[in-house]
Design a protein around this ligand. Structure first.
Ligand code: FES
Length: 215
């Protein structure tokens, strides 16, 4: 009869199938959780994109692809905004060219009467459009000059200061010569557009606009 206290006997009993699961006798893999293969996280396999693992179907965000899409979207955004900017600049340039080439003699329109404009006085009128405000001034020598009233800086209305011989822009203290419309001080970058005049009897007519880009 075997000695119940012998080590060999104890090992045999511990390995008995009925004792499986008891502390000290359980094989290391006895309680390993049986896992659904679909639950197992595995790296995406580019070669098997049509059969992604379940977790990938539940969370289909792919960071590399997502970043790629984000970059592509950003590039598209840049292209679109740049195109819009270029189109806007093109539109402005086209408008400028059209305005530059617009026939100077847009229309003959009465401005004032000589008798109604004494020396040193000024008269405001619209030319060539209803919203194109201009100003005519009777100079000391009796002649009349007329210019657009819109300052060439930011389009504020200029005010004649006949005694000082200038048009004054109160917005940023710009000055133009009263006789020539030339920009002489302050931020205005160009002379005032000159309104071409014709006198017929007592009537003074505007017959065109002279755009000037240099002083
Ligand atoms: S708008 Fe006339 S000086 Fe600025």
């Amino acid at each position: 009869m075997a000695d119940p206290n012998s080590t060999d006997e104890a090992l045999v009993r511990l390995e008995d199938p009925e004792r499986r699961g008891l502390t000290g006798t359980t094989p290391a893999d006895a309680f390993e959780v049986a896992r659904d293969p679909e639950d197992v996280s595995r790296a995406p396999d580019p070669a098997d994109e049509r059969h992604p693992p379940q977790w990938r179907q539940d969370f289909p965000i792919d960071w590399p692809k997502d970043e790629h899409v984000a970059r592509r979207e950003f590039a598209r955004f840049l292209v679109l905004t740049s195109s819009a900017f270029v189109a806007g600049q093109g539109f402005i340039a086209a408008q400028h060219l059209i305005r530059e080439r617009r026939p100077a003699a847009a229309e003959r329109r009465k401005v004032t009467a000589l008798s109604a404009l004494p020396v040193g006085a000024a008269a405001v009128f619209s030319y060539p459009g209803e919203h194109d405000k201009c100003i005519a001034v009777r100079l000391q020598d009796g002649s009349i000059v007329a210019f657009s009233q819109a300052c060439t800086h930011l389009s504020c209305a200029v005010i004649p200061k006949v005694e000082e011989g200038v048009f004054f822009c109160p917005c940023h203290e710009g000055y133009f010569d009263l006789r020539t419309g030339r920009n002489i001080a302050g931020p205005p970058p160009r002379p005032l557009p000159r309104i071409l005049l014709e006198t017929q009897g007592d009537d003074v007519y505007a017959v065109g606009v002279e755009q000037r880009t240099v002083t």
